[in-house]
Design a protein around this ligand. Structure first.
Ligand code: NAG
Ligand code: NAG
Ligand code: NAG
Length: 970
């Protein structure tokens, strides 16, 4: 018994030790923390950031994040930086050269600065843009990660101004990766930015990370990852048996012990990859985690909507290829993914079991950009030692001088590579002498070192062929005035007053028209006469200057007033608020599993094709403070406005009780703003503010179809029959485009006459497409995920909750009936009577041949009865109980086109109850003729791709399996 106890104790001790060792090389920086280091619940030791950065201001976030693992403390302080076009950099190290590391930056925003718009700013790995941090909701954790190889003693991570607000950061974590992990051949010129990392079949919404993952990767639970397009019938499976995870990238065992198993149609997910199309590194992790009986096989193959053939074809049989309970990770080291990628795993013919997936990682390949011109980035040693607010830190300005943004006292040229064009270090309390290397910075235009305590001589600047202004006044510089300045033709200003210079100013300079200020130098002769008399001694001082430069080479420059001020400010903040973690209302989105939350660098302002971002003030002005309400949809009110450019807009203000996440909103908006068609209302952009979410649309002057049929405009501007038909044709074309022209297919889900808008030219456009998924609650909406408006709702969708494009067809059928009959889909006045429903009522009248009772009396008799008959017939086929019997949108477009031709050829000639009166077989084949396509019954988000032959050869992009042994840890 005692023995067992001792063994147990040993194991415990070993485990404790192991987990402590495993932290070796971890650097965990709590930005804005000013206390002492501490250890969190996972055993990670956090340190304050004072030793890693020398600028910025610290602040405390009062909303603590209720993370169960206790990591929240590191997010409760932050450091922010002025939005000044300059960069602010952390030097994170020491690191081992040639080792691969994972770097993670986290951001938790709260309006600590009193600003009323969310910040959007940039981060970089030294010179190379890493991500745009685009905060779209308060109190959610945004995480960016990269994998890179260390090329020096540290990594430099910089933050700089973006489109909005102050850059800030909450924490920075550096983790060494095990030998062989993420070993791709191009890491000398690129780094990998994490796009997503998902653990499928996860047991909870909690992410898996250290100590389960020795590299402390964060594996987001699929339950919290907003995955879309999941194939029907998938189920979650897991095992307690240990899984061998010794593959190249070493996924944690707990991640491999769970999986999602597909149904009949396999496994399928739709991924919205922000900032793509792009080349990426993608790894899919598989492990057979079920005991297979002898007569069972699991064999499947990949499919995705990508052009790369390496991805398709090969049949994977885990038991055969890797063995059961062993991880297998096909990886694609350089594959190009589109912005929306649908990954499918499909069961092979030889298989008896459906496909499964355990985990997935996608990293975007980011280029490492060259730095500033070498002479400039190496030359001015003193530039690297400015601004040290804290005595403890080795005062250094880290990173490249110019890229991606210059240090705060530099400006750089826009050539490639950039050159430093100005150094402005006036009044910074600089001491020591001017480094001679400054003479190599041949791109310099302005050199201002005035009002410091510089000593020594002025070095040789004769190579600075572009120098225009030289300000060295109010220092203690000595030695002779450098006569070589006379050779610089570009000079316009030389200020050297109040120094200890001697010698004389060359006559050529004095005569050249350069503005020279040289008073206050006791031994310096500034007149033309002595310049000439002293000419002979000319050569001496350049030698003296050189010696002086070398002797004075070591420079010690101390922080300026600014730094002192910042330090004071920091001290004040420190004592301000005691941290008081409070729980946030919607916990699901706030844990680390919201790692996927960050919309990446898809900042639409900067990446052309997306929606425009509007500032709240802009919209307040455009709408005259939301004074003219033109409607109220299920989302909230709609206001009229005019942009400064003169464009008329409609602003939809999303109701404030909508609880959908910022990410969902952002995803949808970016998706929708890419959809353009003549018959779709243009989504111009959006505004995401702390409190408000708004969508900005083009303004449609003539209201909705509903308004003209039986709404407020039906008296003044009634639509005649041909206008009605052309409105129907337009809107059918818009819907057809959503169904067949977009990838993935967009199902409107809320087609109705009030969503069909009319412009001045009487062109109809469908509005609100795609928005239903942004909506949460609304009384006309059925719960349980079924979305739509009563009266238009497809009963099949309602019953099965399987959404297809045929649901839109159903609703459009109702719209066609409204057009023909001029009545509302549901007449509240007839409540309880089946005739309250337009479908029931119209079908009955149509079958009874009572067209007069059916057709809108506002049309008088200005229509051809045969065309009208066709339209009603087409409409009734659209509202068939079964989706498979309904025509497709393309067929409807064809049908309406025919009806319009029929109408124009008849010219009201053959009016009356004629040919096309309903027979008992109510669907005429002519109606479906135009573009009969294969019955498109596939559920939303699924794709039909050509299947290339499955020949059993593994995809050529597969990484070979490495056999590095890692002891599994639990
Ligand atoms: C496989 O074998 C099991 C018994 O081991 C049996 O119950 C099952 O029906 C078999 N399935 C097939 C498809 O042959
Ligand atoms: C990835 O592949 C593309 C297309 O073949 C190529 O242009 C690019 O240079 C590759 N990237 C890397 C980092 O190897
Ligand atoms: C410069 O140094 C002096 C003396 O040490 C100090 O009083 C002054 O505040 C400093 N100025 C700045 C800008 O740091």
């Amino acid at each position: 018994m005692a023995f067992v106890f001792l063994v147990g104790l040993c194991i415990l001790l070993i485990q404790v030790n192991f987990s402590a060792d495993a932290q070796e090389g971890f650097i965990s920086i709590d930005c804005g923390e000013v206390g002492s280091p501490y250890t969190d619940a996972r055993g990670i030791t956090w340190v304050p950031d004072g030793n890693y950065i020398s600028s910025g201001t610290v602040a405390t976030v009062s909303t603590g994040v209720g993370l169960s693992d206790g990591s929240s403390r590191s997010l409760q302080t932050l450091r922010f930086f002025p939005s000044d076009g300059k960069k602010h950099c952390y030097t994170v190290g020491p690191v081992n050269v040639s080792t691969r590391y994972l770097m993670r930056a986290s951001f938790l925003y709260e309006s600590y600065d009193g600003a009323d718009t969310f910040p959007s700013f940039e981060i970089s790995l030294d010179t190379s843009p890493w991500a745009t941090v685009n905060i779209i909701t308060a109190s959610a954790v945004y995480v960016e990660e990269f994998v890179a190889v260390a090329t020096g003693g540290s990594f430099v991570v910089c933050l700089y101004e973006g489109t909005n607000g102050n850059p800030f950061i909450s924490s920075l974590e550096l983790r060494p990766l095990g030998a062989g992990m993420y070993s791709v051949p191009y890491l000398d010129q690129s780094f990998l930015r994490k796009t997503l990392r998902v653990n499928f079949g996860a047991l909870s919404a909690e992410a898996v990370r250290f100590p389960d993952d020795q590299s402390d990767r964060i594996w987001a639970s699929d339950l919290a990852s907003h995955l879309e397009g999941e194939a029907p019938g998938t189920r979650r499976i897991s095992t307690n048996r240990s899984v061998d995870v010794s593959t190249t990238d070493r996924p944690p065992m707990s991640v491999m012990q769970t999986a999602v198993e597909g149904g009949k149609s396999g496994v399928s997910y739709r991924l919205n990859l922000e900032g793509y199309p792009a080349a990426c590194y993608a790894v899919i992790y598989f492990a057979e985690i079920q005991e297979l009986r002898p007569n069972q096989t699991r064999a499947f193959f990949f499919r995705a909507n990508i052009q790369d053939t390496t991805f398709d074809g090969a049949v994977l049989n885990l038991d055969r290829d890797a063995g059961s309970f062993k991880a297998y990770e096909p990886g694609y080291i350089n594959i190009t993914f589109p912005a929306i990628v649908t990954i499918q795993l499909l069961e092979d013919n030889s298989s008896t079991l459906p496909p499964l997936i355990n985990a997935l990682e996608i990293y975007r390949i980011m280029p490492i950009l060259a730095g500033t011109f070498a002479d400039d980035s190496e030359a001015p040693p003193f530039c690297r030692s400015v601004d040290s607010p804290s005595a403890a830190s080795p005062a250094e300005v880290p990173g490249d001088p110019c890229l991606p943004q210059p240090w705060d006292f530099l400006t750089c040229s826009s050539e490639s590579p950039p050159r430093v064009s100005s150094i402005k270090l006036s009044s910074r309390n600089l001491t020591g002498s001017i480094p001679i290397d400054i003479g190599r910075m041949t791109g310099l235009v302005d050199l201002w070192l005035d009002n410091n305590q510089l000593t020594g001589t002025i070095p040789d600047l004769s190579q600075l062929g572009k120098l225009q202004t030289l300000h060295l006044q109010n220092n203690h510089l000595s030695g002779d005035f450098p006569s070589s300045l006379a050779n610089i033709k570009s000079l316009t200003e030389i200020f050297v007053e109040n120094n200890d210079l001697s010698g004389s100013i060359p006559a050529s300079l004095l005569q050249s028209g350069v503005l020279i200020r040289a008073d206050g130098n006791v031994d310096l002769c500034t007149s033309l006469s002595c310049a000439q008399s002293r000419k002979k001694k000319g050569n001496d001082f350049s030698l003296a200057g050189l010696i002086g430069g070398i002797v004075g080479g070591v420079v010690a420059l101390v922080g300026a007033l600014l730094a002192f001020y910042l330090w004071r400010k920091m001290k004040k903040k420190k004592t301000k608020k005691p941290r008081e973690p409070s729980r946030l209302p919607f916990h699901g989105e706030l844990s680390f599993t919201s790692a996927e939350f960050l919309p990446g660098d898809g900042n639409p302002l900067q990446h052309g094709d997306g929606a425009r971002v509007f500032r709240l003030e802009e919209l307040v002005e455009a709408t005259e403070n939301f004074s003219k309400k033109i409607g109220s949809g299920g989302f909230g009110p709609v206001y009229y406005g005019i942009l400064a450019e003169g464009e008329e807009i409609a602003v939809k203000v999303m109701s404030s009780n909508s609880t959908q996440g910022g990410k969902e909103f952002y995803n949808e908006v970016t998706l929708l703003s890419r959809v353009h068609h003549r018959n779709l209302v243009v989504l111009l952009g959006y505004c995401l503010d702390l409190k408000e979410r708004m969508l900005v649309y083009e303004y449609m002057h003539r209201g909705s179809l509903r308004d003209h049929l039986y709404g407020p405009l039906s008296e003044d501007e009634p639509f005649d029959w041909t206008t009605r038909l052309s409105v129907l044709l337009d809107s059918a074309k818009g819907l057809e485009y959503l169904h067949t022209g977009c990838s993935p297919t967009i199902i409107h889900r809320d087609v109705k006459s009030s969503n069909i808008l009319i412009n001045e030219k009487l062109t109809a456009k469908v509005s609100d497409f795609g928005l239903s998924r942004l909506r949460t609650d609304e009384e006309s909406w059925i719960s349980t995920g079924v979305r739509g408006t009563l009266g238009y709702l497809d009963p099949e969708y309602y019953g099965s909750q399987q959404l297809t494009s045929k649901s839109d067809v159903f609703s459009f059928g109702v719209v066609m009936l409204e057009v023909a009959c001029g009545r509302e889909p549901i007449l509240v006045s007839l409540r309880g009577d089946p005739d309250a429903n337009i479908i029931h009522w119209a079908r009955k009248l149509f079958q009874n041949g009572d067209m007069e009772g059916l057709v809108d009396h506002r049309l008088k008799s200005n229509y051809s009865m045969s065309a009208m008959g066709r339209l009603v017939e087409l409409a009734i086929s659209c509202v068939d109980q079964f989706g498979r019997n309904r025509p497709t949108m393309s067929e409807i477009v064809g049908g309406i086109t025919e009806i319009m031709q029929m109408e124009s050829s008849s010219e009201f000639a053959s009016r009356g109850l004629t040919d096309s009166m309903p027979s008992s077989s109510s669907r005429s084949s002519e109606v479906e003729s135009p573009a009969r396509r294969s019955d498109n019954e596939s559920p939303s988000g699924s794709y039909n791709y050509e299947i290339s032959s499955s020949d059993g050869i593994p995809p050529s992009g597969l990484l070979s399996q490495s056999t590095v042994d890692v002891p599994p840890v639990k």
